[in-house]
Design a protein. Structure first.
Ligand SMILES: Cc1cc2nc3c(=O)[nH]c(=O)nc-3n(C[C@H](O)[C@H](O)[C@H](O)COP(=O)(O)OP(=O)(O)OC[C@H]3O[C@@H](n4cnc5c(N)ncnc54)[C@H](O)[C@@H]3O)c2cc1C
Ligand SMILES: Cc1cc2nc3c(=O)[nH]c(=O)nc-3n(C[C@H](O)[C@H](O)[C@H](O)COP(=O)(O)OP(=O)(O)OC[C@H]3O[C@@H](n4cnc5c(N)ncnc54)[C@H](O)[C@@H]3O)c2cc1C
Lengths: 331, 236
């Protein structure tokens, strides 16, 4: 497997399930492989009986590498750094991609330091020019985009912002061969003990993975009014986000906070309800594909980034929207 | 159990500031600068540990130009005991790995049982320095932590860290590098007394020679990635 250029994609799984961003990274990896005349390899890690989901083998990659070790289930960053670095050193891929999840954002810089290679995090666009790889990423709370170019160290490491590199359509490809390796993890990689992995009750759609987010700000006025957002979200199959003061007031959980000190999201549709549009909020959502803002103040800064704006009382508008969507969307 | 706690702090441009881009660079002259908000969680956590046991020492460490002293003072005013400023023109223009290398070299000259960083710096947003620093120092690391309990013997810690849709409970031996996330604590505003006391606290300056930094192999010319463009995001 050492001939020719390889693009590796780490596909993150949780309880055996592939994370959507893993499939997005695969899509980006395949696109890069085509541009570079390289092959695409999906890399997964897990315990001794881990298997590779069909979504990965059938994703159109040329090969799948499954790294097994008792210490890698559940996810263990230190163990994975050792196991992953050893595979990279022996097989020498040109590029390694992964999703910018909490695990990806931890694994990538550790790998970069261990291998002494370059890393661009939270990328929103990739570009190939000759043999040079370029990556674009937001900086300064999304107020600027910076483009980096990689030097000669290999592999180039990149983490990709979730929801940005989505395949336009699902491809059904021939199943790629899976090569299973048992990792040897030195003492150093065994230092962390994962004592528990807690999933939030009900496992609602995580806002970083949702295609549609309805988000509420202080304009919702009181916590009970978030019911209006829950109802709209239910009809749209959306997740509910919030601005920081809403979270600081304890109206919503921190894991739902959108913005610079919260989560970064890029859904297809972001509906901002009673959110003024402070730069720290925009930092978390301005890469959304379509932004709809509802605000009673026509001069609210959120309208500067909105594709569609509705000026009015959000408490009146939401029930009407929910009723209308229900009509349109119910079979 | 007296611990030596190091906190890595960076000065950042206040995210509320409007920025102007000229010739592919942000015009940072004159913009308001603050202690990176995530580093405030790190400083607060360290100071609380010290207050709880009454004997630990909190040392801030920062790499950056002269102006970064203001940020070190802010952390000292919050209750840190002393600070180390890694200051040398040779440290300019480094990429994340370069920054982590300088910090690691500085930290090797110090005693430490625990190193706290922020989750990410809110200007460059790379979220790299913490884990990279840990690898360079040969330490375990856990990022985006929201809860920290150091064991009675100071040899291990139990940490809650955020993942999408949930959390993990992880035990690590110390020393370790942990990166701090909102939810860990509520950072205090420095009191007037704290601000006065900070003026008398020591800020030790270490330059390239003091930490054995080799500009040829570790300076900006050794950067693994280089900037080719900086522009406003495309208009919607
Ligand atoms: C370091 C730092 C980090 C930060 N991080 C974040 C972050 O991660 N996320 C974040 O969101 N914020 C963050 N902030 C806070 C941010 O600056 C704003 O204060 C915050 O986003 C404002 O929240 P809001 O829009 O909900 O509230 P407000 O600014 O109070 O706006 C409420 C809006 O609702 C409108 N409104 C009121 N009533 C109605 C009604 N009946 N119908 C329709 N509209 C109505 C008003 O016109 C107004 O525009 C951060 C700040 C700092 C300094
Ligand atoms: C080619 C290139 C050139 C650059 N040139 C410059 C330049 O000339 N000037 C410049 O200011 N930046 C420059 N940068 C940006 C600089 O490399 C980043 O600051 C660095 O990559 C760290 O990333 P970050 O600031 O996003 O920190 P993160 O990795 O997001 O920071 C995480 C945590 O690490 C700690 N930390 C980060 N930086 C420091 C620090 N300096 N001291 C102490 N603790 C720290 C803090 O605890 C922080 O919360 C350049 C970057 C590149 C790629």
């Amino acid at each position: 497997m050492n001939d020719g250029k390889q693009i590796w994609v780490w596909v993150e799984t949780l309880a055996g399930q592939v994370k959507p961003v893993g499939l997005e990274a695969l899509h980006a990896g395949k696109t890069l492989a085509e541009q570079l005349g390289a092959t695409a390899t999906a890399v997964l890690a897990g315990g001794p009986d881990a298997t590779v989901p069909e979504a990965v083998t059938g994703s159109g990659v040329q090969q799948v590498l499954l790294i097994q070790h008792p210490h890698l289930d559940p996810h263990n960053s230190l163990g994975l750094v050792e196991a992953f670095a050893a595979q990279i050193q022996s097989r020498q891929p040109a590029v390694v991609l992964m999703g910018a999840t909490n695990h990806g954002k931890e694994l990538a810089p550790a790998l970069a330091a261990k291998l002494g290679v370059g890393l661009a995090t939270d990328c929103i666009a990739l570009d190939v020019e000759g043999d040079t790889l370029k990556a674009r990423r937001p900086v300064y709370a999304g107020k600027a985009h910076i483009t980096f170019q990689f030097g000669e160290h290999r592999p180039c490491l990149l983490t990709l912002r979730p929801n940005v590199f989505r395949p336009s359509q699902a491809t059904a490809a021939e199943a790629a061969p899976v090569e299973t390796v048992t990792a040897e993890i030195p003492e150093d990689g065994l230092r962390l003990k994962i004592k528990d992995v807690v999933q939030a009750a009900g496992r609602k759609l995580d806002i970083s993975e949702a295609r549609i987010i309805v988000s509420g700000g202080m304009g919702m006025q009181k916590p009970e009014n978030f019911r209006l957002l829950e109802e709209l979200a239910e009809v749209l199959g959306a997740a509910v986000g919030a601005s920081r003061p809403v979270v600081d007031n304890g109206w919503r959980e921190y894991s739902n906070q959108v913005g610079q000190t919260g989560r970064t999201v890029s859904p297809d549709l972001y509906i901002a309800c009673g959110i003024s549009g402070a730069v720290q909020h925009l930092a978390g959502m301005s890469s959304s594909r379509c932004i709809v803002a509802i605000n009673k103040d026509p001069n609210a800064p959120i309208f500067d980034v909105a594709d569609y704006g509705i000026v009015g009382n959000v408490l009146d508008i939401l029930p009407v929207m929910t009723a209308e969507f229900k009509k349109v969307l119910s079979p | 159990m007296a611990l030596n706690i190091l906190v890595c702090v960076k000065q950042v441009i206040d995210t509320g500031a409007a920025i102007e881009i000229k010739d592919g660079a942000v015009q940072i002259e004159g913009l308001p600068r603050v202690l990176n908000p995530y580093d405030e969680f790190a400083v607060e956590e360290a100071v609380r540990m010290k207050e709880a046991d009454g004997e630990s020492t909190v040392t801030l460490i920062s790499m950056g130009p002269e102006k970064f002293k203001d940020t070190l003072r802010k952390g000292l005013a919050m209750g840190a005991d002393k600070a180390v400023h890694l200051l040398d023109p040779a440290f300019e223009g480094l990429d994340s790995l370069g920054v982590a290398q300088v910090l690691a070299a500085g930290i090797r000259t110090l005693d430490y049982d625990l190193i706290l960083c922020g989750r990410q710096a809110v200007d460059d947003d790379m979220a790299q320095v913490g884990p990279a620093l840990a690898v360079l120092l040969g330490l375990p690391f856990i990022s985006v932590i929201t809860k920290l309990n150091v064991g009675g013997d100071g040899k291990s810690a139990e940490v809650t860290r955020q993942i999408e849709g949930g959390s993990e409970l992880i035990e690590t031996p110390l020393p370790a590098v942990l990166t701090c996330q909102k939810g860990l604590n509520e950072p205090r505003l420095p009191s007037l007394k704290g601000i006065m006391a900070a003026k008398k606290k020591e800020i030790a300056v270490l330059d390239a020679a003091a930490i054995g930094f080799d500009a040829a192999s570790q300076g900006a010319t050794a950067n693994r990635i280089t900037q080719v463009d900086l522009a406003k995001p495309p208009a919607r």
